[in-house]
Write a protein that binds this ligand. Sequence first.
Ligand SMILES: Cc1ncc(C[n+]2csc(CCOP(=O)(O)OP(=O)(O)O)c2C)c(N)n1
Length: 658
Amino acid sequence: MRYHIGDLTQEKLLELYKEMLKPRMIEEKMLVLLRQGKISKWFSGIGQEAISVGVTQALKPEEYILPMHRNLGVFTSRKVPLNRLFSQWQGKKSGFTNGRDRSFHFGTQEYKIVGMISHLGPQLGVADGIALADMLRRKRRVTAVFTGEGATSEGDFHEALNVASVWNLPVLFCIENNGYGLSTPTKEQYNCKDLVDRAKGYGMESRIIDGNNILEVYSKVNELCKAIRKRPRPILLEFKTFRMRGHEEASGTKYVPEKLMKKWAKKDPISNFETFLLEQGVLGGAQIEAEKEKISDEINDNLKLAFDEPQMESTEIKELGNVYQEFDYKHFEKNVDTKNIRFVDAVSEGLEQSMDRYNELIIMGQDIADYGGVFKITEGFTEKFGKKRVRNTPICESAIVSAAMGLSINGMKAILEMQFADFVSSGFNPIVNYLAKVHYRWGQNADVVVRMPCGAGVGAGPFHSQTNEAWFTKTPGLKVAYPAFPSDAKGLLNTAINDPNPVLFFEHKGLYRSVYEDVPTNYYTLPFGKANVLRKGNALTVASYGAGVHWAIEILEKHPEIDADVIDLRTLQPLDVDTVFASVRKTSKLIILQEDTLFGGIASDISAMVMEQCFEHLDAPVKRVGSLETPVPFAKKLEENYLPKQRFEAALLELYAY
Ligand SMILES: Cc1ncc(C[n+]2csc(CCOP(=O)(O)OP(=O)(O)O)c2C)c(N)n1
């Protein structure tokens, strides 16, 4: 291995050596503990230390770094206390997740490290968001993110690199090409010569770096970081290296040819550098022993601290209390000045007034800038707020959700417009796995609102008509709002934006231009988890939300003899079950109408809760009415048949007569 010292001082050379030695020795210790059954799982980065250490050393402490599962050297180079790392791996209190997540699945704002989620790819888009925040604040900073070569096959990789390039974000994308993704060799993973060949397609600079040569890694990355700080832009790096152990310890390396192992063993980043430093007279044999003893003592002392800590315990209340970031709801009253406007206008007004309130609120979505979005809700926004805050995105829902997560990590607020709620499936993974879980896992909030133009009745067929709220109400960590009226839409949207937690905000397209209301012109908020009783009656209770509320009222108007309580739920997570219970205790009959197909929807849960809590008060079985269990059909008559309006009328009459 050839080393070029360049202008590096002896101190720096020694520092690089020691920084590589520490993760290696920690790993060797962990392998012993694993064999003794004292830790559960280990993903080894032995042989890849030069990459973690070299990249981290080239960054400034205030610059974010997003490691993967083989980057222990990132954590040690950032001086994360070893006892905290060891406690983290044992699921103990001094770790970073209160025992809620394992291994390297955590982040820490203190050390500007954002750890991975198991799904690998979303990290790359998160880096985009962090870098975007730095760029918007004109901070000349680099964000470095790691990926294995295996995860470059995920769509997230393509999406994140494309976004970074189109937006010219200062991200250093670091591929650690270590030959295998679990057991899959590179030739079965991709079909280009080098992975950096892809950079050309993204219009991005790139470099290949010998990942086992610490001086090459550190010097080149250092130079590139300086260049990026001067002129922000993304750069793709491919570090050539090798995975010297199994994917994780239990999976072994039988599928790796012996000669490859031998070849790469000769390239070990630490022993080679050690020999070089000895030859150069920078390091002496006694010094090596002394350093090893020092690290060994540090490891043992910190291991004792971790082992002495008790196993984590918790309570239902504490665990439930940590899913969401605490939100101190501030009520802003409606004023008396109103304007008769449509649902779309109310959404637009809420967005505009919130953009005025928060300088660091960013809206992102497809065609939302000068075009104003397909529903024209952000029309005129670029003139008022500029294209930096009202951002057109490429078609890449996953990377944009991840980028919104990154904005939040770096202290900004984000709103995403899904062009149609149906397309959220392409951004599903980071919503349910990153945004939803991040607060519970390591206390980071996801200050993101995802706007969801949804719903059927508009002749738009199976892919532009779904109402998919149940995909999200099922996932702890998300909030879900689903207003039925313009004034609710505005007040709830303002609250969603104030709330530091991720909110899925459903807007029914069928209501956009058909429902008018006198909406207060000022900035006001409405609380989540408070249903609205639209009509009061004693015969029965109707509970619904979104378009269902309007269908229920329309049908009830046809039957004035039915004296019903009509409850508009307004938010589904949190859900105001108390208002439903109180009504059922009064009327003794409940019918729940939802536009979603019936199975596994909100109606089923409300029904179950009412059975559990109000059984003695019921005079009839709870009725649920929803759409047919089919995709949403296109033709008018088929769609009418699919939707629950007619079935609701029949069920309502049946319940009334019961
Ligand atoms: C979306 C997803 N698919 C599959 C896996 C299972 N898995 C975890 S790591 C891994 C291999 C990753 O290979 P690579 O990106 O090259 O990183 P390496 O482990 O080699 O460092 C696989 C298949 C996963 N965690 N997430």
